[in-house]
Design a protein around this ligand. Structure first.
Ligand code: GLN
Length: 520
């Protein structure tokens, strides 16, 4: 039997191989991760809920099927028995779903998201639900109503957001895989600052049915992992057409794992986006970015420069379109249909007043800020000037991508302008917080896929730097093909996976470990 400390450090693909070979059982693997969560999550706070009993039951079921052999064992999915964590924006039967908000505290969904149904069909034990900025609004996970998640590389720093819980869980070896959602970068930017891989698939490649909507025209569920191949494996599990999501594509996206396994960049054109690096980007981020370009060039890729002049308006347009959709999507949290209900202390008990009292108490500042911004942008008299103009900018961004992809097969940039900042550093400065997403937002505006992978450590602070690859819509396989090559070149250069160099988390005193996760 493999030592549990070694077990939790294996990639999902390696775990799957060990499970298939009968070298380890899913119960052993799942228990090893649950033990790790109990030992370190008191410090990291990646999980809002731990689903130990059900995860172990699924693991035992997989083990029994494997032990019995025969057709049922042959039909098991490759990832059967490999555990996973799920961002708490995705609804699940049998576990609470909070969206990181007080307004949904204690709420249980009566149905499973499509991606959850797919995880269950593949028999992947679900370890629990991970922390996030409230309703996925933020870049640091500090806007969670349940306290911030901490970056395993430095517990005084943010793990990115909104999916900081999923990224930190994977970086801290509390899960081999996780699901995130990405509306403006919430899978990729946490990936960048925690040294993990995060993918935003093509819009429509993965069903959004059961992901609590933030901004429906931008939202996309995607994988979080430690290797490029692991994300490809997971995207193939969760992807595919879903009649319950009217924006779901009919493409099969079943070429992703093959692409990751046969990575090759020879003769490929890789375009540096002029507007997404240089001024405003941390020196150590630029250095690692340039190093990746050199590696790709040496591997036979042609590096070209492309210009996307309208990307400079992307952030501004995003902060009109996104809040407009937020204000509409969050109107359903009215104190009647879901979760929290707060009654006014005095005066008439009208529905408007109950709604007002509930939303005042249940929503945090960032959510309120965006609802106000969105209702303003959509109001009569301002609609054309704000929302209408932002939609025009969105078209221009899509045209910039079209022109860039006429010159290059994939595009490349740093994922985020800086490494992980300190907790509290940008909390009271929303504009500074928003600037984290300059490089990730364009992909959501155009629906194209993006992948972030660890590009090494910044010279000045020793913290992870993310490299972002972008491909045309429906060409997710290209990201995995190029990503797998860059990952192996970087591992060669750095002498192994980046996460091997993260500081060891010390197990805290027992009572601290017991307060998080295990009890609920
Ligand atoms: N950080 C961005 C925002 O605050 C993106 C969020 C997301 O992708 N869910 O809107």
């Amino acid at each position: 039997m493999t030592d549990s400390n070694e077990l939790i450090r294996l990639s999902a693909a390696a775990l799957a191989a060990k499970l298939a070979a009968g070298e380890v059982t899913s119960v052993e693997v799942t228990q090893a991760y649950l033990d790790r969560i109990a030992a370190v999550d008191g410090q990291v706070n990646a999980f809002l809920h731990v689903n130990a009993e059900e995860a172990l039951a699924v693991a035992a079921e997989v083990d029994a099927i494997r032990a019995a052999g025969g057709a049922a064992a042959d039909e098991l999915h490759e990832l059967a028995g490999v555990p996973i964590a799920v961002k708490d924006l995705i609804v699940t039967i049998g576990q609470p779903t909070t969206a990181g908000s007080k307004i949904l505290e204690g709420w249980h969904s009566p149905y499973d998201a499509t991606v959850i149904k797919k995880l269950r069909a593949a028999k992947m034990p679900i370890l629990g639900k991970t922390n996030l900025d409230e309703f996925a609004m933020g870049s640091s996970t500090e806007h969670s109503a349940y306290g911030p998640t901490r970056n395993p590389w430095d517990l005084e720093r943010i793990p990115g957001g909104s999916g900081g819980g999923s990224a930190a869980a994977v970086a801290a070896f509390e899960a081999p895989l996780a699901l995130g959602t990405d509306t403006g970068g919430s899978i990729r930017q946490p990936g960048a600052v925690t040294g993990t891989v995060g993918v935003k698939p093509t819009y429509g490649a993965v069903s959004r049915y059961g992901a609590i909507a933030m901004a429906s025209s931008l939202d996309q569920i995607g994988p979080v992992s430690r290797t490029v191949l692991d994300s490809a494996l997971l995207q193939e599990v969760i992807g595919g057409h879903d009649p319950q999501d009217s924006t779901s594509l009919t493409d099969s996206f079943d070429n992703l794992v093959a692409a990751a396994r046969t990575g090759n960049v020879e003769g490929m054109k890789i375009g540096i986006i002029k507007e997404l690096h240089g001024e405003g980007y941390q020196a150590g981020v630029e250095n690692r970015f340039n190093e990746s370009l050199e590696l790709l060039k040496a591997a036979g890729a042609e590096i070209v420069e492309v210009s996307c002049p309208n990307f400079k308006y992307a952030l501004g347009a995003y902060y009109l379109i996104m809040p407009s959709e937020v204000s509409s999507n969050l109107a359903k949290f009215d104190g009647v249909r879901f979760g929290l209900r707060v009654l006014p202390k005095e005066g008439p008990m009208t529905i408007e007043r109950v709604m007002g009292a509930t939303r005042a108490a249940g929503f945090g500042d960032e959510v309120k800020r965006r609802v106000i911004l969105g209702t303003y942008a959509l109001s009569a008299g301002y609609y054309d000037a704000y929302y209408g103009s932002a939609q025009k900018v969105r078209t221009l961004i899509q045209r910039d991508f079209d022109a860039a992809f006429a010159q290059a097969d994939v595009l490349i940039s740093p994922t985020a302008p800086t490494t992980a900042f300190k907790l509290g550093e940008k909390l009271n400065d929303p504009l500074a917080m928003y600037l984290n997403d300059v490089a990730t937002i364009p992909a959501n505006m155009a629906g194209v896929p993006g992948l972030s992978l660890p590009g090494g450590l910044a010279d000045e602070d020793g913290l992870p730097v993310g490299i972002q690859l972008l491909a045309p819509a429906r060409e997710d396989a290209r990201l995995y093909r190029v990503g797998a090559v860059l990952e192996s070149l970087l591992e060669e250069k750095w002498g192994g996976p980046l996460l091997d160099r993260a500081p060891e988390l010390q197990a805290p005193a027992l009572d601290a470990a017991n307060t998080v996760g295990g009890s609920n």
